[in-house]
Design a protein around this ligand. Structure first.
Ligand SMILES: [Zn+2]
Ligand SMILES: [Zn+2]
Length: 193
């Protein structure tokens, strides 16, 4: 009887050639292939380490930038994002105060607060409290308040208006809250577009 010692066949992990497995953990056909494979593994590991270092560096830069941002700056940015959303939301509405059609240009009208940011800062990001308003009403008629109230009641209901009028619950925003509000309203605006 012929004795044949059968070695398991393997495919070289580097060159793809078939080889007979001589050692338990052998995955390549030759030492040349072993060197090439190891080189590629090292390069991949280096690349990964570099990417990780870059990521950490970016995180440090971001943390530094965040530390330098002040609350007034972040509030301003969040308010700009919120107001831009309100203007787009009310694009085809009439002025909340005088009822005239709003001009068909993005900056042709304002986002006017019913209760002003100065007197009710807790409502500065309240969507019921802010509506598309012509520049005349916003800038020259001090918000045209009496008419604002009338049309606001038509739009959101008297109950919601009264809720705004009695809402004096102080709201304090952290820097991260403000960043989140800015992100949220940029996102909401994009969704409308
Ligand atoms: Zn090989
Ligand atoms: Zn108006």
């Amino acid at each position: 009887m012929k004795q044949s010692r059968k070695l398991p066949k393997r495919k070289c992990r580097w060159c793809g050639a078939e080889f007979e497995k001589l050692r338990p953990l052998q995955i390549v056909c030759s030492s040349a292939c072993a060197i090439s494979l190891n080189k590629r593994k090292r390069e991949a590991a280096n690349k990964k380490a570099q990417a990780e270092a870059k990521r950490r560096e970016r995180a440090v830069i971001k943390a530094r930038r965040h530390a330098l941002e002040t609350k007034p700056q972040l509030t301003k940015r969040a308010q700009a994002a919120f107001n831009a959303f309100i203007r787009l939301r009310d694009k085809h509405q009439s002025c909340i105060s005088c009822g005239n059609p709003l001009p068909d240009t993005p900056n042709g009208y304002d986002a006017g607060h019913y209760r002003s940011v100065g007197s009710a800062p807790n409502l500065r990001f309240n969507e019921n409290n802010c509506h598309g308003q012509c520049k005349r009403c916003n800038n020259y008629l001090s918000g045209n308040h009496v008419n604002y109230r009338l049309r606001l009641a038509e739009r959101i209901g008297l109950e919601a208006v009264e809720k705004l009028e009695s809402d004096n619950k102080p709201l304090h925003y952290t820097k991260d809250d403000l960043r989140q509000i800015e992100r949220l309203y940029k996102e909401k605006r994009r969704e409308l577009l």
